[in-house]
Design a protein around this ligand. Structure first.
Ligand SMILES: [Zn+2]
Length: 276
């Protein structure tokens, strides 16, 4: 029996060293607990009350969420604001309203993906109105540029988008959809391939058919610009998905469901059951 050979002095030594180490082990465990909690609160600390007021006042999507989901939305808006740099262009001064509304439009598009914050894009440029792009030699309302890590928006057009929440036109949702889709496609990103490939394939098949329909000038719920390519179709149809939800579902239930599966959320269910 091995027990017979156990040296009692050695056992005492072992017990003594364990007792000696115990406070250090407990201290280390406590430090890990505090660090984890601090990390959580630092990243997802509650939103500032003045930001919350702006959400309550101006953001329909947020107002329609359940109280629990409102809390999650607020924390993600707060984290987005703290994680990005906002720059006003052509003398425009960045306001709280700009920070909150831009952050909320990004969180709305990505709310189905857990903790997702468009990490590729760290800079938000806001122009007062349409701006000249020297590369395209055109005036733009907004664009996203993954190489430069920025999203660019014109504030008057952004506000116009949220001015009528039912017209199916929303620059903020449009550009944030481009950003989200690019994040998913660029393999060197911190975040990529989070869209379920099967859901994407189903959506793509239906989207290509709808693009052909628009090109044939047949009647469609989506504006002509959606037929430019798959990326534009996604951005335009997401505007309609959130702003003309019922009409989208009635028009093309299969494409509606495919879009909901792609984004992992369904606005038809938001009001009753929260985002799924
Ligand atoms: Zn676009």
């Amino acid at each position: 029996m091995p027990l017979l050979f156990l040296n009692i002095d050695q056992l005492d030594d072992n017990v003594n060293s364990l007792v000696f180490l115990l406070p250090f082990v407990l201290a280390a465990m406590y430090a890990i607990f505090i660090a984890a909690r601090y990390h959580y609160w630092f990243r997802y600390r509650p939103i500032e009350p003045r930001y919350k007021l702006i959400l309550e006042k101006h953001f329909d999507y947020y107002r329609n969420l359940t109280p629990k989901l409102k809390g999650a939305f607020e924390r993600r808006v707060s984290l987005f604001i703290r994680g990005k740099s906002f720059y006003g262009k052509e003398g425009l001064e960045i306001t709280d309203e700009m920070r909150v509304m831009v952050a909320a439009s990004a969180v709305q598009i990505t709310f189905g993906f857990q903790f997702f914050q468009l990490p590729r894009f760290s800079k938000i440029f806001i122009h007062p109105t349409k701006y000249f792009n020297p590369q395209t030699q055109k005036l733009h309302k907004g664009e996203v540029y993954p190489m430069g890590r920025w999203i660019r928006l014109s504030w008057d057009n952004f506000l116009y988008g949220f001015g009528d929440p039912k017209d199916g036109i929303n620059l903020g949702l449009h550009e944030m959809t481009h950003a989200m889709s690019l994040e998913n496609r660029i393999r060197t990103n911190e975040a990529h391939s989070y869209i379920n490939p099967q859901a994407h394939a189903t959506w793509e098949k239906l989207a290509l058919k709808e693009i052909e329909k628009i090109k044939r000038k047949e009647k469609s719920l989506f504006r002509a610009y959606a037929s430019a390519n798959l990326e534009e179709f996604l951005a335009v149809s997401v505007e309609v998905f959130f702003e003309q939800t019922q009409a989208f579902y009635a028009y093309h239930p299969a494409l509606y469901k495919a879009t909901a599966q792609l984004l992992k959320q369904d606005p038809l269910r938001n009001k009753k059951n929260g985002v799924k």
